[in-house]
Ligand binder design. Structure first.
Ligand code: CP
Length: 312
């Protein structure tokens, strides 16, 4: 594997999950694999889990991680081809990606969508440019349309916690005050489509994800109906895709409560707004897997880095 930028870079999700579980039992086993190798982590946007867990993963493999907050600390990067750079951007991605490749053996990038320009967001401008102009492998730490490190984490967490050969997994939209990206939901859908699970999405009218992502996965606009017999309820807000980037619904009746959850396990990628997305009683109960998910971020990232290092 050269790059990890999409869930489709996983050839066999079940074998990846098993390998991640093995890695988790002995995280320092491959400490020599990354010796004298540098991981560059470039953040165009905020992060807690991704920033720390990906560094931890690199350290577990003996790599040296270096981190940069690109938006705050670097020169403004130009992505347009042939642009007369007499505006606010001072450095072209052609040079920037090539230069970072001189210092790093793998480059990991986080760059969120505009949520105002669907065409630009779906072109994955930043990630695509890094893949094109970097001379080293690129890892997606959440891009405009995908968060494949999170989705691999979630697949591992479901596999660890299921008591059934084919559990029922529900992805539920929940309300939020701000317009949020589709990336986590998109990659989660794609991961579940690769797993042997009974999978359904529930969201209000006007909040269907991209048809290219949903494919044949059933969408139920009745949350209560969708939750029947659920083993895992994965919760996430996303802004409207149809009316791109708009917040059209903040109905608190879509918030996750202990009553609604029943016997199912609660999952969320974090950060989560308490008593907006989900009530305290869920997060503070044994039904919540959110901390296990956060822990598994390290092993998902470590597996991805290991595979890239082994390929190099
Ligand atoms: N889940 C996740 O990606 O968290 P951060 O935004 O804090 O990295």
């Amino acid at each position: 594997m050269k790059h990890y930028t999409s869930i489709h870079d996983i050839d066999d999700i079940n074998s990846w999950i098993e390998e991640a579980k093995t890695l988790k039992k002995n995280p320092l086993k491959f400490k020599k694999l990354g010796k004298h190798k540098t991981l560059g982590l470039l953040f165009f946007n905020s992060s807690l889990r991704t920033r720390l867990s990906t560094q931890k993963a690199a350290l577990n493999l003996g790599m040296d991680p270096i981190v940069m907050n690109v938006s705050g600390d670097a020169w403004g990067i130009e992505f347009g081809d042939g642009t007369v750079m007499n505006g606010n951007t001072a450095e072209h991605i052609k040079e920037a990606a090539a230069v970072v490749s001189q210092y790093c053996d793998i480059i990991a990038v986080r760059a969120f969508p505009t949520l105002t320009d669907k065409v630009k967001d779906e072109s994955e401008q930043v990630l695509t440019a890094f893949k094109k102009y970097a001379s080293v492998p690129v890892v997606n730490m959440e891009s405009a349309t995908g968060h494949p490190l999170q989705a691999l984490t979630d697949a591992i967490t479901i596999s660890e916690n299921t008591t059934k050969a084919k559990p029922k997994v529900v992805l539920s939209w929940a309300p939020h005050v701000k317009a949020l990206p589709h990336a986590v939901a998109n990659s989660f859908v794609q991961a579940m489509q690769k797993m042997d699970v009974d999978f359904v999405i529930t969201n209000p009218e006007g909040y269907n994800l991209s048809p290219n992502i949903v494919g044949n996965t059933p969408v139920n606009h009745n949350q209560e109906d969708a939750f029947k017999d659920a083993d895992f309820v994965y919760v996430k807000n996303w802004s409207s895709y149809e009316d791109y980037g708009k917040v059209k619904n903040t109905d608190p009746n879509w918030m996750i409560t202990k009553d609604k959850l029943g016997a199912a396990k609660f999952m969320h990628c974090l950060p989560v707004r308490r008593n907006v997305i989900v009530e305290d009683a869920v997060l503070d109960s044994d039904s919540s897997l959110v901390i296990e998910q956060a822990n598994n971020r390290t092993y998902a990232a470590q597996l991805v880095l290991k595979k890239i290092l082994e390929n190099g």
